[in-house]
Write a protein of this length. Structure first.
Length: 96
């Protein structure tokens, strides 16, 4: 039983690190850490990438429950999720 719990924890940790294995996602997260809530275009400008490339990476982060989003009309605004995993990544990336 202990081995199954440890394996599950290890898999969850590995998935979390996989989310920050992309330099693009790290830059996006850092931009969100600084400003808290940003529309996609502002994030794209901050990381000097196209809107569509940033949108794709934000989708990956949203699937991993690291970012939240809210749509108002045509604008989608992203923020760091308020959970243990996102907070851990925030601490990790502040040090790095």
């Amino acid at each position: 039983m202990v081995r199954m719990i440890e394996r599950a924890r290890a898999q969850k940790t590995a998935q979390l690190f996989k989310l920050v294995s992309s330099p693009t996602r790290v830059m996006i997260l850092r931009a969100l850490f600084k400003k808290e809530v940003l529309p996609v275009q502002s994030i794209a400008n901050a990381v000097e990438m196209t809107h569509s490339a940033v949108s794709h990476q934000l989708g990956v982060l949203a699937e991993g429950n690291i970012v939240n989003y809210e749509q108002t009309g045509r604008e989608i605004r992203y923020s760091l999720a308020n959970n243990k995993e996102a907070n851990m990544l925030a601490k990790l990336l502040k040090v790095a």
